[in-house]
Write a protein that binds this ligand. Sequence first.
Ligand code: F6R
Length: 251
Amino acid sequence: MTIRRQRVEWVVAADRSHLHELAANVILDVLRNTERPVFGFATGGTPLGLYEQLVRRSLENPRLLTRWQDVTGFNLDEYVGLSPEHPQSYHHYMWRYVYRYLPVRPDRMFIPKGIGNLEDNCRSYDESLMKYGWPDVQILGIGKNGHIGFNEPARRLAMNTHVTRLSESTRLANARFFPSARDVPEQAITMGMAGILRAKQIVLLAFGEAKRDALIRAFSGWLGTDVPASLLQLHPHVTVFTDQDIFGDLS
Ligand code: F6R
């Protein structure tokens, strides 16, 4: 394993389950040592192993398990047009893989609502973030095109929670979760860049050759709205957990 300290800390290892374990250590440390922890959750394929670790290790330790009663959770995004009960909604994902196993307070687990009045939903999401505080730890994946949350490459990036049009690359990548590519919603609600960058600590997981180019572009030393993840270089506490050793490409 290589750990290199720059402004961004890199944890590079071949074994993904080991990376999930190390990322889970970060979350569980905050869970143990913070009175009212706020976690920012991502969905998608990449963090599933991390959630499996969080659930398993919490269930094995009764004191840790009860700590979840004090947790507030904020998810990054939700598809527009999918109800919380829809099997491909991120509401459904969180309850299926995480929340149903833990003694969380459902009224403290915030996930943007993709149906109803979307403007109101965005506004009330930001109000909840302001009320409970931005995450102590924000978990992130990264899109092949460098998106974080569903902040897609664009000429301008939004600070706050907003409705966004998903890029073709994102819809194609996420087609694997739907019956067909046509069924992937065209829009989503996502936390904005400010919401993400206000987290105290960021844990970014990126696995596989498909994410290599996005990582190189995000951490190249250049900032650009065409690679939203590149703004993470401004954050004081980012740890990237990856199986891609990109340092040869960066130097
Ligand atoms: C999901 C999210 C997205 C994903 C990204 C990578 O809540 O915010 O940014 O993290 O699209 O998805 P996977 O992990 O499926 O490759």
